[in-house]
Design a protein around this ligand. Structure first.
Ligand SMILES: [Fe+2]
Length: 331
């Protein structure tokens, strides 16, 4: 199996705009929607100093946990039990091919871990959920949707606390002998929006995160580290409002083989509807229409959509592809 491809040309960068939290909640500031439209669904948000400190603390404690022996009681106690859900820890290659090079935590909804930094972890997640709420309100406003579209009582219900948080670190395991190793296969996120926080400084663009633009992979030209969150539009927002309004970027992680010994750790917050939430179209032409027996123009529940996506992945997956999409999980 060869997980490598030819390297990108050095001029292949995607410049992304950076916002601060104050700007997101202030009218008449630069348009977040326009920035996303110009940068293929990617933007960045500067985090306040106290949130950056909290992120650093979480990464320090998480790294200490990851370095424990895989048989350590604390790891055993937190190991994911797929019969009970996805919250917990998995080792490298756990939960299918997309984790071929990754180990780390998954937290669903408001679940927590059995670790001594659980309280700080909960506080951190709450702060990131608040940031997502600001982002989603801002996008709703700019899309001329009700401000509470992605909140309890809104058209899509609460998407800020129903999703998943992943905190994963990449191994230096390598395969193939070409220059660039694909660490995470190309995909679009199964979310309304996603926020990523990397723990290290920029290298190879945004730590090897690349976006496909006109069949070419582009490194992201932006800041990296616990002081900045990277915003990606997910498939669900593009589905709801239409690709012409906002694009869900197809992305992957690819790093030079020579750099794999440098740790890469990233937390990923997928903001998703409740599994039973009906995902109605938010296109202006569809709002208010009643075109099927359920009343609205809609795409079914999130659980139904996810089941269809899993089916599509199984059909499309081919053994031997880098990273593989043959696993049972999309994450
Ligand atoms: Fe992703």
């Amino acid at each position: 199996m060869n997980a490598c491809i030819a390297p990108c040309s050095s001029e292949s960068h995607l410049h992304v705009r950076e916002f601060d939290i104050t700007a997101l909640s202030t009218p008449d500031t630069p348009s977040l929607l326009k920035a996303l439209q110009e940068s293929h669904g990617v933007a960045q948000i500067a985090l306040p100093a106290d949130l950056e400190c909290l992120s650093l603390h979480i990464y320090d404690r998480s790294h200490a946990f990851f370095e424990l022996d895989e048989e350590h009681p604390q790891k055993k106690e937190n190991m994911i039990d797929k019969e009970k859900g996805l919250t917990g820890y998995h080792g490298v290659n756990g939960l299918g091919g997309n984790n071929r090079y990754r180990k780390g935590f998954i937290l669903e909804k408001n679940d927590t871990l059995k670790v001594d930094f659980a309280e700080a972890l909960s506080e951190w997640r709450t702060r990131i959920h608040e940031l997502a709420s600001l982002v989603l309100r801002r996008l709703a406003s700019e899309l001329s949707l009700p401000l509470n579209t992605f909140e309890t009582g809104g058209l899509w219900g609460n998407v800020c606390t129903n999703g998943q948080m992943h905190l994963k670190t990449y191994s230096d395991d390598a395969s193939g002998d070409d220059a660039l190793s694909v660490r995470l296969s190309p995909h679009k996120d199964p979310s309304v929006v996603t926020l990523l926080i990397h723990d290290g400084p920029a290298r190879h663009g945004l730590q090897g995160l690349q976006v496909e633009v006109d069949h070419e992979w582009k490194d992201i030209d932006g800041r990296s580290g616990p002081g900045v969150a990277t915003l990606l539009v997910g498939q669900l927002l593009a589905l709801a409002v239409g690709d012409s309004a906002v694009e869900a970027p197809r992305h992957r992680v690819a790093l030079p083989l020579s750099s794999l010994e440098i740790p890469r750790t990233v937390s990923t917050f997928f903001f998703q509807p409740h599994p039973e939430q009906t995902m109605r179209s938010l296109r202006a032409d569809d709002l208010g229409k009643k075109s099927n027996s359920k009343g609205d123009v809609n795409y079914g529940t999130f659980a139904e959509w996810k089941a269809r996506q899993y089916g599509a992945y199984f059909k499309k997956g081919r053994k031997g592809q880098p990273g593989g999409l043959m696993g049972k999980r999309m994450y």
